[in-house]
Design a protein around this ligand. Structure first.
Ligand code: NAD
Ligand code: MG
Length: 394
């Protein structure tokens, strides 16, 4: 069997490290062409020494020397800065690019990989939220396959295998509800980042964990699903399923529903994206019915978790609205993690940013990038204002 050569963007993160577990478990199937990290030089070095990629990229230029010195004497080429990613992903030695950066910073390297016709294993949902139309259009023109890594989208993708797109009635994305499921707005006024970081079912990077607590993650996933599966916004529904066993569902025209189940373990959707269309044996823990006698479902509370409502609205308006939503969200989540804004204030800032930034119906890449920058500036100003209000309330 010919080995698949993988470039792992964001190798030191939650998805990146789990992807390397999958790759480590299947040395007969995979080789690593490139590993990249933001600033975690120590882990990147350790990973490079184990997986022996051709190239590593460290985004933080201050860490370049450290990585370079540690890998001197190996055949590994060390590069710095995110511009290098765009070149690395296009190399002829790469088959599949696993995009596991967090945030809109992942857009350019994903586009570069698509441009080169690579297969994309896409974890970086923000790429599709920001510029879904552009990304999917380029992928169609270049014949680049985009395979979902996000568990819900992997579930939908698996349910659609062997089906015809026009026979889908709607999809249901499942949401665990996060640590604040069942809470009301009054309960959430004073919650801290520490409380929000305690996700009941998944261990993930900090940004997506806050997004899960605020349900922005589900909002981003609604937008991601629209683009991956070419659906109308009216065909995408969300249902709360606290056990995170049913990863999502597809309802067909005849009323039949297919679901995909498994333990909440990202290694499964990561592996499926890397081995697709093959299903490959592994030693990961398996779902056991005796551990879960009850699986429950409940409606989602879009009043308390207003971010989901905002995401639906941004998607319905389309254009650069989802890009504004994403940029504002990245700003407020970073601020919330630092204790600079309140949990509920995050939605206020996002809503005000959506209203403040100039709307564009059919943005180009340059328009998306300027929208992203403009939205961040406005959201930061609003955070500073909200901070004053937040401190008075406390
Ligand atoms: P993480 O924060 O754990 O890891 C992010 C990775 O990107 C790290 O390797 C980091 O070094 C790198 N990075 C961060 N900022 C960077 C920058 N400015 N330049 C270059 N590299 C940078 O995040 P994660 O939880 O692994 O999530 C990655 C993506 O996958 C996100 O888009 C997230 O929404 C999505 N996702 C994650 C999970 C999960 O279980 N963690 C599940 C579904 C989807
Ligand atoms: Mg998900």
């Amino acid at each position: 069997m010919e080995k698949k050569s993988i470039a792992v963007l964001g190798a030191t993160g939650s998805i990146g490290t789990q992807a390397l577990e999958v790759i480590r478990a299947h040395p007969d199937r995979f080789t690593v062409y490139a590993l990249t990290a933001g600033s975690n030089a120590d882990l990147l070095i350790a990973q490079a020494l184990e997986f022996r990629p051709s190239v590593v990229v460290i985004a933080d230029p201050d860490k370049y020397k450290q990585v370079q010195t540690a890998l001197a004497g190996t055949a590994i080429n060390v590069l710095a800065g995110n511009e290098a990613l765009e070149e690395v992903v296009q190399h002829t030695g790469v088959d599949t690019v696993l995009c596991a950066l967090v945030g809109s910073v992942g857009l350019r390297s994903t586009l570069a990989a698509i441009e080169a016709g690579k297969t994309i294993a896409l974890a970086n949902k923000e790429t599709l939220v920001v510029a879904g139309a552009l990304v999917m259009d380029l992928a169609a023109r270049k014949g680049a396959r985009i395979l979902p890594v996000d568990s819900e989208h992997s579930a939908i993708f698996q349910c659609l295998a062997g089906e015809q797109a026009q026979q889908v009635d709607k999809i249901y994305l499942t949401a665990s509800g996060g640590p604040f499921r069942g809470k009301r707005r009054a309960d959430l006024n004073a919650v801290t980042a520490e409380q929000a970081l305690r996700h009941p079912n998944w261990v993930m990077g900090a940004k997506i964990t806050i997004d899960s607590a605020s349900l922005m993650n589900k909002g981003l996933e609604v937008i991601e699903a629209k683009w991956l599966f070419n659906l109308d916004v009216s065909q995408i529904d969300v249902v709360v399923h606290p056990q995170s066993i049913v990863h999502s569902l597809v309802q067909f025209k005849d009323g039949s529903i297919k679901a995909q189940l498994g333990l909440p373990d990202m290694k499964l959707p990561i592996q499926y994206a890397l081995t697709y269309p093959d299903r490959v044996e592994n030693a990961f823990p398996r779902f056991d019915f005796t551990d879960f006698s009850t699986l429950t479902f409940e409606p989602v509370d879009r009043v308390t978790f207003r971010n989901l409502e905002l995401a639906y609205r941004a998607l319905a308006t389309a254009g650069n609205m989802p890009c504004i939503l994403n940029a504002a969200n990245e700003v407020v989540v970073a601020a919330f993690l630092k204790g600079e804004t309140g949990f509920l204030a995050m939605s206020d800032v996002i809503e005000e940013t959506l209203a403040a930034v100039t709307f564009m119906q059919q943005p180009t890449l340059a328009d998306y990038e300027s929208t992203d920058q403009q939205s961040r500036i406005i959201a930061r100003e609003l955070v500073t204002k909200s901070r004053k209000i937040y401190h008075i309330e406390k």
